[in-house]
Design a protein around this ligand. Structure first.
Ligand code: TYD
Length: 214
């Protein structure tokens, strides 16, 4: 089973992923947790270029780098793990590309679809949890986590985080459109709810989906 998590930076995905992985392990699942970009030696190098570098990267270049990282992760790690019957939890997958490079950077959505199909070999998650939060709130969380003042040009932010509020507003709208187009795959959860409440909702949804499948 492939479970993915999406949301704008600061929505609280990592906390929920840790809790879900612990829960599933306890239930006897063999769980593999991964994040994008990254997850193989090559993909981690691409991650450094994308997030840590001080270089300017063009929107198309950025798209191709995220796609290259994804192609490596899917073929080297995700597909083999799924074939062994493991449950894979991914912190971001191709919906991030649609939201960030499509809606955020303004790249053509049809071109993105083609590239996503190539980089994933058309692998689709069984379920995607979207943690919904307004960009303003998410960024305040993110900045305060890092004890930083609210300024997008701050050196300590990664390359994507320096993109500005307008960018994040477009990304947020992107997620809303993606979910509307594919309601069956998504479970959207209000990220303002408490950690435990969100976890309980995730577990409940997963149980329901598993029941529907059997
Ligand atoms: P990361 O440090 O993993 O942070 P988080 O997921 O907690 O926000 O950063 C990944 C960044 O890369 C994040 O800003 C989203 C962005 N991203 C894209 O723009 N496109 C993509 O396809 C993916 C996977 C991520």
């Amino acid at each position: 089973m492939l479970i993915t998590f999406e949301g704008i930076d600061g929505a609280g995905k990592s906390t929920q992923i840790k809790k879900l992985a612990a829960y599933l392990k306890q239930e006897g699942h063999e769980v593999l947790t991964l994040r994008e970009p990254g997850g193989t030696e090559v993909a981690e190098k691409i991650r450094l270029i994308l997030l840590e570098s001080r270089h300017e990267i063009s929107p198309v270049g950025e798209l191709l780098l995220f796609s290259a990282s994804r192609a490596e992760l899917v073929s080297e790690v995700v597909r083999p793990a799924l074939a062994e019957g493991r449950t894979v939890i991914l912190d971001r997958f191709f919906d991030s590309t649609t939201a960030y490079q499509g809606y955020g950077r303004g790249l053509d959505l049809n071109m993105l679809r083609t590239l996503i199909a190539i980089s994933t070999g058309a692998l689709t998650p069984d379920i995607t949890f979207y943690l919904d939060i307004l960009p303003e709130e998410a960024l305040i969380r993110k900045f305060s986590e890092k004890s930083l003042p609210l300024a997008f040009e701050n050196e300590e932010l990664d390359r994507m985080e320096r993109s500005g509020l307008e960018f994040y507003r477009n990304v947020h709208q992107g997620y809303l459109d993606i979910i509307e187009a594919e309601p069956g795959r998504f479970k959207s959860i209000n990220a303002r709810h408490g950690v435990q409440e969100i976890h309980a909702c995730i577990v409940k949804t997963l149980k329901e989906r598993l029941q529907d499948r059997s």
